[in-house]
Design a protein around this ligand. Structure first.
Ligand code: CO8
Length: 262
């Protein structure tokens, strides 16, 4: 299927989804969210994929939020469905069995920050601007932002950002721990792809286990998290990739990971 509001590219182990409504600064409308959902299914169906990159087309925006012209026409029920749809799709990104990286190339406001926060980590252009400005519209974040932002930057910083509706620079987002790396604008995609390629050389069973354990452990007590890690560690040691990686080390050669996810 061809998409109108996003671009999906799959190049061996790396998939890239670009939000593609540059005239509306890639704002998330219903049609775009439906296409994003379908694109994620296509990425999931491709056994070769090891990393997903999300970015925005145009020179100004990653995503400038939910489409405000659609929001203004919504009644309470439509808003509830739209918010839930976005939450479910962003949770699908968070639960992908491989890492997702947000390459934030400009404005990441409202739903834009929310979708970036659903990724495993964020690299940002020095021109990137983050924020949850919904309060300026008389709204609150509705795509998981109240939950994910506070988990990433801490409760008090999240409250200040959401209550004031003020945006922050890429540098401030780095200081807050929201962004892993700030890159020169021109080299953002090269840096993200280089990191994606490094991740793609790892065993997919171990990548999946690490992602699930880190994510699962955040929602429970330390001891329970350690038990989850304990099971997953044993699985990776016994997996063909675990045997290959440890043997390759002892044989002083590069490992060839062949693990499958399904
Ligand atoms: N929705 C729709 N259109 C948008 C959006 C948006 N979020 N952002 C920008 N656009 C459009 C503008 O209307 C404009 O269109 P046109 O050329 O037809 O007038 C075009 O994109 C270019 O925008 P600007 O002229 O405003 O560009 P500037 O460079 O002057 O400003 C900004 C860039 C600062 C990014 C500015 O566009 C802006 O403030 N945008 C809105 C940011 C915002 O408030 N985002 C939060 C939206 S709410 C949200 O995300 C809630 C998520 C949860 C939803 C749950 C649903 C129930």
């Amino acid at each position: 299927m061809s998409f109108e509001n996003i671009i999906l590219e799959m190049d061996s182990a790396i998939a890239m989804i670009s939000f593609n409504r540059p005239k509306a600064l890639n704002a998330l409308n219903n049609a775009l969210l439906d296409e994003l959902d379908l694109a994620l299914d296509q990425v999931l169906a491709n056994d070769e994929i090891r990393v997903l990159i999300l970015t925005g087309t145009g020179d100004k925006a990653f995503v400038a939020g939910a489409d405000i012209s659609e929001l203004t026409r919504m009644d309470m029920l439509a808003a509830k469905y739209f918010s839930r749809k976005g939450q479910n799709i962003f949770s699908k990104i968070e639960a992908l069995p491989f890492p997702a990286i947000a390459a934030v190339n400009g404005f990441a406001l409202g739903g834009g920050s929310e979708v970036a926060l659903a990724c495993d980590f964020i690299y940002a252009s020095e021109k990137a601007i983050f924020g949850l400005p919904e309060m300026n519209l008389g709204l609150i974040p509705g795509f998981g932002g109240t939950q994910r932002l506070s988990r990433v930057v801490g409760k008090n910083r999240a409250k200040e950002m959401i209550f004031t509706g003020s945006n922050i620079t890429a540098g401030k987002a780095l200081e807050y721990g929201m962004v892993n790396q700030v890159c020169p604008h021109e080299s953002l995609m090269d840096e993200v792809k280089e990191t994606a390629r490094r991740i793609a050389t790892k065993g997919c069973v171990a990548l999946r286990a690490a992602k699930e354990v880190i994510q699962g452990g955040l929602d429970c007590e330390l001891e329970t998290g350690c038990l989850i890690e304990n099971d997953a560690f044993a699985i990776t040691v016994a997996s063909p990739d675990g045997k290959e990686g440890t043997s390759a080390f002892l044989e002083k050669r590069k490992p060839e990971f062949k693990g499958v996810l399904k």
